[in-house]
Design a protein around this ligand. Structure first.
Ligand code: NAP
Length: 258
């Protein structure tokens, strides 16, 4: 039987690349996001079933899960929808920005997971298994100045992922966390910096960052491991980024004796 994967935030960046990779590997795919026009194009190109859904709206999430169930179910959920707003200090940032980050990065992840768990359990009948992959970030593992609400929401998503793995113990459902460092996607930093293209280009200057396709490869690889193998936490960064505070800029060269 062809396996089916639901990917939130599939209209751009990592989510879109992950959907394309699953589709190329022969999976049936369900693309979830708010922008109907982008989802329609993606569906046309990949054969994905698309569902327009704001993951912060509980009624829309419930309807999305019902549609997934009615159209063939799913054995894999990729909770990827998310984002950052601002790089302001704790002192100068706004609760409104923090609220929006928590709504999508934490509460959206929880609602989608809760609504789709019965669907994933249905896929486990007989010898079946299921997988949940949560996209957090290295920002969910290390705090940095200006990280504020994004750090707080991704630390929360990291915690929720751990709680979920403990709560699902004994069921054939894997919970995998993928925490990327610097990934150059078209929209992530642009949205974070509220459309300032010049500032948004800076983090990627003189460095080879990860691409959405790099992260997609890691996600699909983890899901395609034998079902008894659970890669709890996968941290991936560009070679030039050795921590959230250390990004080497310029060509990478061998050191002559240290
Ligand atoms: N880029 C990085 O450096 C990086 C590093 C580590 C982790 N991450 C994480 O990886 C994930 C994907 O990031 P990305 O770089 O691919 O960013 P992106 O291109 O901005 O993609 C974000 C996706 O989330 C969707 N989305 C946002 N709010 C939503 C909502 N309320 N309901 C449904 N969908 C929503 C967006 O679609 P619509 O606008 O169409 O809804 C879009 O498809 C995020 O969780 C991000 O925090 C990114």
């Amino acid at each position: 039987m062809q396996q089916r994967v639901v990917i939130t935030g599939a209209s751009s960046g990592i989510g879109e690349a992950t959907l394309r990779r699953f589709a190329a590997a022969g999976w049936a795919t369900v693309a979830v996001a708010r922008r109907a026009d982008r989802l329609a194009l993606l569906a046309e190109e990949t054969g994905a079933h698309s569902i327009v859904c704001d993951v912060t709206d509980e009624a829309q999430v419930a309807a999305m899960a019902a549609e997934v169930a009615e159209t063939g179910g799913a054995s894999v959920l990729i909770n990827n929808a998310g984002g950052a707003l601002g790089t302001d200090s704790v002192e100068s940032s706004t609760n409104d920005d923090w609220r929006r980050m928590f709504e999508v990065n934490v509460l959206g992840l929880r609602s989608v997971t809760a609504e789709l768990l019965p669907v994933l359990r249905d896929a486990c009948s007989g010898e079946g298994t299921a997988t949940i992959v949560n996209l957090t970030s290295t920002a969910g593992l290390s705090a940095y100045p200006g990280g504020g609400g994004y750090n707080a929401s991704k630390f929360a998503a990291h915690a929720v992922t751990g709680v979920l793995r403990l709560e699902l113990a004994g069921e054939p459902i894997r919970v995998i966390e993928v925490a990327p460092g610097l990934v150059h996607t078209e929209e992530f930093t642009l949205k974070r910096l509220r459309g300032d293209a010049e500032a948004a280009a800076k983090p990627y200057a003189e460095v080879t960052p990860l691409t959405a396709e790099d992260v997609a490869g890691v996600i699909v690889g983890a899901v395609e491991q034998p079902p008894h193998v659970n890669q709890d936490l996968i941290v991936l960064r560009p070679v030039a980024q050795s921590s959230v505070f250390h990004t080497y800029r310029g060509p990478l060269v061998v050191k002559s004796g240290t």
